[in-house]
Design a protein around this ligand. Structure first.
Ligand code: FAD
Length: 596
């Protein structure tokens, strides 16, 4: 099933036979296939979310030759990368990096899986597709932190809209009051829809918004800048019920001046001569194969993601001098911030027992429906289509009695996201011998953690997995906010609309109420939500911390930029992909402008 073909990348042989046709990007399956005589203006290391955008946008200038080097294969032959309902099938497969974190002292010594897409489109080819811009205050704080108004909400809106194309879902359902159609862009390459099912839970949440309007008001559009309350979700799914990714949206429509080298691993960026002009790049099929080098005419852009990018920079000698030299790597640019500041949002699956109709689907008939008409459960990311966004009040125990400073970026920013996933008996773990329980299950996530981790090398072998220290829950305030989130979730499900249909929590158990017991539950249950960011963080020009300037250039280098999640200076109040699409649009404009 995974390998069923949907679209096939154009091979060089095919292109040569069809020189009169409108040509798309040209794909090469390995370094041996790459033409020897092409000089590339831009070389992009990593064809993921950020890399796909910048490559596609730069290739719009037909006189520029752009090369993307991607470690994984094309997403185009991966059926599960196309069918929204199959999204979970790609995690942990050979198109995933399958990272494992270091043991986390604050998570009872647990090591956790850390998924990242290893294919064209990167994580945008296997993520959950939720599209959240975050709050206006998140962007305004980003602008303040990096001392560049270009990152403010008002300045970023045109760039976010440039990426977005709001379309009707494949069932052509009425938008009704699900979204405000004036909020998203309508002409960009990235399709965004607001698909929904007829599951009764959606209506119950709507009713809860009137019963608990003080804490959970109805939010007409979660992308309008103030996501606080309960909103319908929006997804990067197109009007044909298929995933929209950086690969389908930006690389597919490109011309033949965009070359994509697949199955090829970037080991280092290299100075093009003496000094710190890093327009050189080194790559190989695998650790056993010969390494090759190319030099870009204009720039190298590193877009390896939150793990891959610091790994490439560190292996290239851009990082903390002491740490690099301890591994025998020569330091070319001493920058202690590379790989530091790793941030992800701590999350646990909270469950309430319920008698509401389950969301289980019959896979065979759902797939048959999708194959026939691109509709039904496989055409959306889930059957419950509402998200809860909780902002704790200023006098919340987390900030009052516990005395922590509120880490949220603004009054428009929620602290907690409740991403309602399923109602099912599956996934409910109870002591042996317990009766089956149907549970409403949701990810309960602290959106603005203060805890930080790091990505560091453990050897000078560029193919070795780096140490990924998530740092989750190392700051007590993160626990305090999660505790209050669980208490508020219990309030949400005590709304009159849920009387007789949603009962106590199964996880954490109903009798877990004290700070101490909730902490114990959280330390045992929390995992990263897979929104890792900030390992090559943006900072003001001239700052002696951070990795890139607001123009995405790596500090104290020439010819080298980073464009992906690793530059994000402040986490969004939500999921990360919209931030990356917006930032990559901004970076693409900046680069294009600097050469015109
Ligand atoms: C399971 C999962 C679910 C998620 N769900 C959502 C969601 O619903 N909504 C949302 O907004 N966000 C979601 N995210 C997060 C979001 O998808 C990511 O933050 C974002 O896509 C990352 O973009 P990026 O450009 O930083 O990196 P990536 O998209 O990961 O791109 C990096 C690319 O670089 C390649 N690469 C890395 N190292 C090398 C190397 N040495 N040589 C060559 N190539 C290399 C990788 O293979 C990859 O293609 C999810 C993430 C995961 C893993």
């Amino acid at each position: 099933m995974l390998l069923e073909t949907i679209r096939r990348p154009r091979s060089i042989a095919f292109v040569l036979l069809c020189t009169q046709a409108v040509l798309g990007a040209i794909f090469f399956q390995g370094p041996d296939d790459l033409p020897k005589n092409v000089k590339y203006d831009f070389i992009v290391a990593g064809g993921g979310t950020g890399g796909g955008v910048v490559a596609g946008r730069l290739a719009e200038s037909k006189d520029w030759k752009v090369l993307v080097i991607e470690a994984g294969p094309s997403d185009s032959e991966l059926f599960a990368a196309r069918v929204p309902g199959l999204r979970a099938q790609l995690k942990g497969t050979n198109v995933d990096w399958n990272y494992t974190s270091t043991r986390q002292p604050a998570l009872n010594g647990r090591a956790t899986s850390y998924w990242r897409g290893r294919m064209l489109g990167g994580c945008s080819s296997h993520n959950t597709m939720v599209y959240t811009r975050g709050s206006s205050g998140d962007w305004d704080l980003r602008a303040k932190v990096v001392d560049d108004d270009g990152l403010s909400w008002n300045r970023m809106l045109p760039l976010l809209k440039k990426a977005e194309k709001l379309v009707k879902d494949s069932e052509h359902q009425r938008e009704g009051n699900h979204i405000d159609p004036s909020v998203l862009g309508h002409d960009g390459p990235l399709s965004v829809t607001a698909p929904y099912s007829g599951h009764p839970m959606n209506d119950k949440f709507l009713q809860a918004t009137s019963e608990l309007s003080d804490v959970f008001p109805f939010v007409q559009d979660m992308n309008a800048g103030r996501p606080i309350g309960i909103s319908w979700t929006q997804s990067t799914i197109d009007s044909e019920g298929q995933r929209s990714s950086s690969s389908t949206a930006y690389i597919d429509p490109s011309g033949d001046n965009l070359h994509v080298l697949l199955n090829t691993y970037v080991t280092r960026v290299l100075p093009a001569g003496e000094g710190t002009d890093f327009r050189g790049i080194e790559f190989a099929s695998d650790a056993q194969s010969p390494r090759r080098q190319l030099v870009a005419n204009k720039e190298v852009i590193v877009a390896g993601g939150v793990i891959g990018t610091p790994q490439i920079l560190l292996n290239s000698g851009i990082g903390n001098r002491e740490e690099l030299e301890a591994l025998g790597i020569k330091t070319l640019v001493n920058n202690p911030s590379v790989g530091k500041n790793f941030t992800d949002q701590p999350s646990s699956t909270v469950m309430f027992s319920t008698t509401i109709q389950n969301t289980d689907i019959d896979m065979d008939s759902a797939l048959a429906e999708w194959n026939a008409t691109r509709t039904g459960p496989m055409s959306r990311a889930g059957e419950i289509n509402m998200i809860g966004w909780l902002r704790l009040p200023d006098d919340s125990p987390a900030f009052g009695q516990d005395g922590f400073t509120d880490p949220s970026p603004s009054k428009n920013s929620p602290h907690i996201e409740m991403f309602f996933k399923t109602i099912s008996t599956q996934g409910v773990t109870l002591p042996p011998g317990s009766p089956n329980i149907t549970a409403l299950q949701f990810s309960h996530t602290n959106l603005h953690p203060v805890s930080r981790g790091s990505v560091t090398l453990n050897s000078s072998d560029p193919f070795a997995q780096p140490n990924i220290d998530l740092g989750l829950l190392t700051e007590e305030v993160d626990l305090a906010i999660l505790r209050e989130g669980i208490r508020n979730a219990r309030k949400l499900f005590s709304a009159p609309v849920f009387a007789n249909s949603v009962f106590g929590t199964v996880s954490p158990a109903s009798n877990i109420t004290s700070d101490e017991d909730l902490n114990a539950y959280l330390r045992a249950a929390v995992v990263p939500i897979m929104h890792g960011a900030s390992t090559a963080m943006m900072s003001p020009r001239g700052a002696n911390w951070g990795v890139v300037d607001p123009n995405f250039r790596v500090k104290r280098t020439q010819g080298l930029r980073v464009i992906d999640a690793s530059v994000i200076p402040i986490m969004p109040s939500g999921h990360t992909q919209a931030s990356i699409y917006g930032l990559a649009e901004r970076a693409s404009e900046m680069i294009a402008k600097s050469y015109k």
